[in-house]
Design a protein around this ligand. Structure first.
Ligand code: SF4
Length: 353
């Protein structure tokens, strides 16, 4: 669904622009060095927008130095204290995330909106299913998708009344299908860009599955302008997962796609460990290609031929296949290195073109 275009630092979201990946540092923001280090690591992994928590003034002050040392837009996440929002804007935040419901009086919200207007930065209005107002909970008999959307629209209306429409909206629930429903309703109710995610989705495996299912359904309907996969773990994993979700939906083409077979009784090489190692080495290359890692000569050569480069395993050995042609037959323990050398060659060719 087409949303209006919003600028966040050097990036554009909405209006049909590609869906961008957001993550959040889990460092203490006033640990400036640590936050810069983690942000640069996330940038390398493919993060487009970084958010940091601003729980106190020293975090707000740290933004100035952090921003000078990173290359992607910096979002300040503020709760409760409007002065932290003002300081974050002053110190160069490219966007601020607030929940107008907990930022205080109308005058305080107005002060934040005026500061954002001065710097022309967007405000992300966020609502979480866990923090719905009592009246909404009573009206809808508990937490519902309709309630989440109504709460968010109420907050958007407060800022719109102040004449500010440089907004991004986010609505979150850890209940996957409620989250899907809420996004469907929200997309019909406004044209602000939507930041989407399944909140508190859990540890690496659970969170990856919940986020992939939820975000997959939402994105497939053309809803969502930025995404965050929230995982209880290393934020780099969030970015990797977000990239795979976008790639699986055909919303991103960049990077190497690894396809590997599930292995079966025909597999006669250690394919699981080989596929894991291939996943590791491909992240060092900047190529838009498909790499296949297949376990046997039944389906292997066919699949590997469809990829740009692939391995088809045999008994203690394997074939290296490039653009449909077998280029080498090698012992199992030499396959990974041979693949790496071929990727290096392809990378060198790509940089010459
Ligand atoms: Fe089994 Fe071969 Fe298919 Fe892999 S490619 S699952 S080894 S039949």
């Amino acid at each position: 669904m087409k949303t209006r275009k919003i600028k966040i630092g050097n990036r554009v979201i909405g209006g049909g622009a590609p869906v961008l990946i957001q993550s959040m540092c889990n460092t203490k923001t006033d640990d400036i060095e640590g936050t810069i280090r983690q942000t640069l690591e996330l940038e390398r992994a493919g993060c487009d927008i970084i958010r940091v928590a601003v729980p106190d003034m020293s975090a707000a002050e740290a933004l100035k130095e952090i921003k000078k040392n990173i290359h992607i837009p910096l979002v300040a996440d503020i709760h409760f204290d409007y002065r932290l929002a003002l300081a974050s804007i002053e110190n160069g935040a490219d966007k601020i995330r607030i929940n107008p419901g907990n930022i205080g009086s109308y005058d305080r919200i107005k002060a934040v909106v005026e500061a954002a207007r001065q710097k022309d930065i967007p405000i992300r209005v966020g609502v979480n299913s866990g923090s719905l107002e009592k009246e909404i909970l009573e009206k809808y008999n508990g937490v519902t998708a309709q309630g989440i959307v109504e709460s968010a629209l109420d907050k958007v209306a407060v800022i719109e009344k102040l004449g500010y429409e440089n907004l991004v909206v986010s609505i979150k629930s850890s209940d996957v299908m409620m989250c899907v429903k809420a996004h469907e309703l929200m997309a019909k109710s406004c044209d602000y860009p939507l930041h989407i995610g399944i909140t508190e989705s859990g540890t690496l495996q659970r969170g990856t599955v919940k986020s992939s299912v939820g975000l997959g359904i939402i994105l497939y309907q053309g809803i969502g302008d930025t995404i965050r996969v929230s995982l209880t773990g290393d934020p780099v994993e969030e970015v990797k997962c977000a990239k795979l979700i976008l790639k699986s939906l055909g919303l991103r083409k960049d990077g190497i796609e690894v396809v590997s077979c599930p292995t079966c009784g025909r597999t006669s090489i250690d394919l699981i460990s080989l596929a894991d190692k291939v996943e590791m080495i491909v992240s060092d290359f900047d190529l838009n290609i498909k790499v296949a890692v297949m376990g046997c000569v039944v389906n292997g050569p066919g699949e590997a031929r469809e990829a740009d480069i692939g391995i088809a395993g045999g008994k203690g050995e394997g074939l290296l296949i490039k653009k449909g042609k077998v280029i080498k037959k090698l012992p199992e323990n030499e396959l990974l290195e041979a693949l790496k050398q071929e990727l290096k060659r392809m990378q060198a060719e790509a940089s010459c073109n």
